[in-house]
Design a protein around this ligand. Structure first.
Ligand code: SAM
Ligand code: SF4
Ligand code: SF4
Length: 352
């Protein structure tokens, strides 16, 4: 069995810019119990919005089969996401199946933590999730509710984080999307709350994913602005990445209270090392977060094709990949969204 992240299988693939395929993000549902304005704004994802029905969702056997095929192409890390992944029934069963696939050395989960009881934190860990990313955009209750747009008490989320911290996860990261004029005022209280807890706080630039989140450059609180807020109060200095292609720039607190990460998707994009594919809840593969179309695997899974034939199709897909949306946008000069993808896929559909 392969246990090394750097071990490359014979059938591994690289794209047109020599980027390997190493990570697969799997959206297990397009549904969510939150309506964060930057992701699933309430006026668009309202009562009449039609989500996928349960028989449209890719089943756990199919997902396991695809993970097995992807592992032969070089995938070592799986992230389960959504929508809100904890809404998918018996998620632990899927985690156990994935944990049993040769070559997969890391399973992570991204959640809003609203359903993360202590029992759930334990059962996910025991099934094989070893890293958790928890989204938390504010510590001021009014700001938190204004962002997620549902009556989800902040205390429940903080309890979810405490529940996770009691379980020996290898890493727990707290993700805060910073929107100018909305929640930058909570950056320092977030630092104060999570310094020294073992959880790593990560600040994320607001991205123009999807078509509905009313993104504009004026709402982006930049990576530089974030560091400029933190440093005078909690001095920080940059430290080395854990591995090539790590999206978050690492900074350590000079007083030894741990580290924070800053994800500069807009102002300093990282397409050059992007080794991530995304699988939608319905079974389409996307090779970029900003793509307008995916490659539908459902017909292949339902056909007579064997694993080797599906692997060859995915091999070609990745080999032909030329995506580097954020870098192209940066080189355009004004950071305006690129016109060529006017209908981009929604983040909740393919997972963050
Ligand atoms: N529901 C889960 C959650 O919120 O953690 C998982 C899915 S969510 C789509 C995954 C991540 O994408 C979250 O950390 C969320 O903050 C981030 N995200 C969503 N829309 C974003 C945007 N426009 N810009 C930056 N990050 C975004
Ligand atoms: Fe739901 Fe996560 Fe999107 Fe918020 S960011 S609406 S919690 S999927
Ligand atoms: Fe990867 Fe596309 Fe994001 Fe660039 S814009 S880092 S290619 S997902």
């Amino acid at each position: 069995m392969i246990t090394d992240l750097n071990e490359v299988p014979r059938t591994a693939v690289t794209d047109r810019f020599h980027r390997p395929l190493k990570d697969l993000r799997i959206s297990v549902t397009d549904r969510c119990n939150f309506r964060c304005g930057y992701c699933m704004p309430k006026d668009v994802f309202g009562k009449n919005h039609s989500f996928l029905s349960s028989n449209q969702l890719l089943g756990y056997e199919d997902i396991e089969r695809l993970v097995r095929i992807f592992s032969k192409l070089g995938v070592r890390k799986i992230r389960l996401t959504g929508g809100e992944p904890l809404l998918r029934k018996d998620l632990e069963d899927l985690v156990s199946k994935i944990a049993g696939v040769a070559g997969i050395v890391d399973i992570a989960l991204t959640t809003n933590a609203s359903l993360l009881s202590h029992a759930r934190a334990v059962s996910l860990y025991e099934a094989g999730v070893h890293r958790l990313n928890i989204s938390l955009d504010a510590l001021t209750p009014e700001i938190y509710e204004k962002i997620n747009q549902v009556p989800a008490p902040l205390e429940d989320i903080l309890d979810g984080i405490e529940n996770a911290l009691k379980v020996p996860y290898q890493a727990i990261k707290i993700n805060m999307v910073v929107q100018k004029g909305v929640n930058e005022c909570d950056i320092l209280s977030m630092c104060e709350r999570f310094r020294g807890t073992g959880a790593i706080l990560r600040f994320i630039e607001f991205m123009d994913v999807g078509n509905h989140n009313r993104w504009n450059l004026d709402k982006v609180f930049t990576a530089k602005e974030m560091a400029d807020v933190i440093h005078p109060v909690y001095p920080i200095e940059p430290i080395k990445a854990n591995y090539r292609g790590e999206v978050s720039k690492r900074w350590k607190y000079l007083d030894g209270q741990g580290e924070v990460g800053i994800i500069s998707s807009i102002t300093q994009p990282f397409c050059g090392d992007c080794a991530r594919a995304r699988l939608s809840a319905k079974g389409e593969v996307y090779t970029c977060l900003f793509a307008s179309a995916g490659y539908d695997l459902r017909p292949l899974l339902d056909s007579q094709l064997d694993d080797t034939e599906i692997l060859q199709k995915l091999h070609h897909l990745w080999q032909d990949r030329k995506d580097r949306y954020s870098m192209d946008r940066l080189s355009q000069g004004d950071l305006k969204p690129l016109g060529r993808t006017s209908q981009k896929v929604e983040m909740s559909y393919i997972g963050g």
